[in-house]
Design a protein around this ligand. Sequence first.
Ligand code: PMP
Length: 423
Amino acid sequence: DPCCAAPLPVLGRDVTVPLVTGGEVTYAALDYAASAPALQRVWDDVAAYAPYYGSVHRGAGYLSQLSTDLFENSRAAVAAFLGCREDDQVVFTRSTTDSLNLLAAALPADCQVFVFETEHHASLLPWRDARVTYLDAPRTPDEAVRNLERALAARDPHGPALVCVTGASNVTGELWPVRELAAAAHAHGARIVLDAAQLAPHHPVDIAASDVDWVAFSGHKLYAPFGSGVLAGRADWLRAAEPYLAGGGASRAVARRADGGVDVEWHETAARHEAGSPNVIGAYAVASACKALTEAGFESLVARERHLIEKVRAGLAEVPEVRVLSLFGDDAPRVGVLSFVVDGWNSSHFAAALSAEYGIGVRDGLFCAHPLVRTLLGGAPDEPGECGAPEAAPGERSLNAIRVSFGAGTPDEHVERFVRAVR
Ligand code: PMP
């Protein structure tokens, strides 16, 4: 029974925290959506390589050669994990935020961008200097596709266009209809980038099969917390763009000009956007996590996570004061990410109590998706407010929410303790 597969070993399983009620308890990390704990396997791989650390692409010596091989092999491992097409490039970045900003900086002239208002700020904001259209929050996956089709049909059909969409929401955990949105984008001559920050750790991502043009994700949410992220996909826009950062590694040849200036020939490979000494440990850690997840098998990871989601959902359903937040309905398929409010409770106080009284780490606030959370809480997406805004009085509408999230390393006991604590 794949549901009964053991959790993958992660670091921090034996951390104990003091409780205000006295004594101590093992820490229950239920904030995977912010940063997941490192897989033991990732830690072991990094520790085994660390003594041989050297500069990438820069040295003739043995350790430099070893590091270069490791870095380039990591790129190949990530390409395999994502199901990249032959011509796709895999660029190592710092994070999803960095990856999407890179793509925003590489947009062709006059590119129109289409993005749902429900996106995380990392996928909502980088396009603000482009001709961007923000799409209203859909209430079903089909409505998402229809909203996009309507907007694309009305666009100037001659110029380039890009759609940016999340694969799984960092607020509701709900899965978005990526394949259908990709088909709609392509039918209207647009490209599509998938924000897979919350999808990739929980669900297989197949760039070729889902026919998306680019995928972005972060190592620290994929059990590889060493400062690396990924942008993978079509090479043409990346090759045509100015380098994201100017510097060594991105340039193939540099020469003084007769008029006193400097001429540069930039690389056309992924190195074009990786100026500076690459984070080889970060890249290696991401590749190690990709391999570990593939070896564990997504079928078993998804089944186990579904079993945990059901426990949380069933447990919360028994508490009448709890309202789970969802765009597509409470039963919509989701990854192990779920937000809720508790009638009469300040969400920040509630989250603090879970920590202080039960040793459970969750997150409260607006989760860097202000327009979405405001909509889900019954407000308007343009309502002003900040993370950690003062909470409503009992009976009033909540102004922020509580998020519980988990994944491959989560034992049943953590979600059982969470449900007990909420009760
Ligand atoms: N997109 C989504 C859906 C996310 O959940 C996050 C992180 N919360 C990001 C983008 C940004 O990721 P990072 O902070 O690693 O850049």
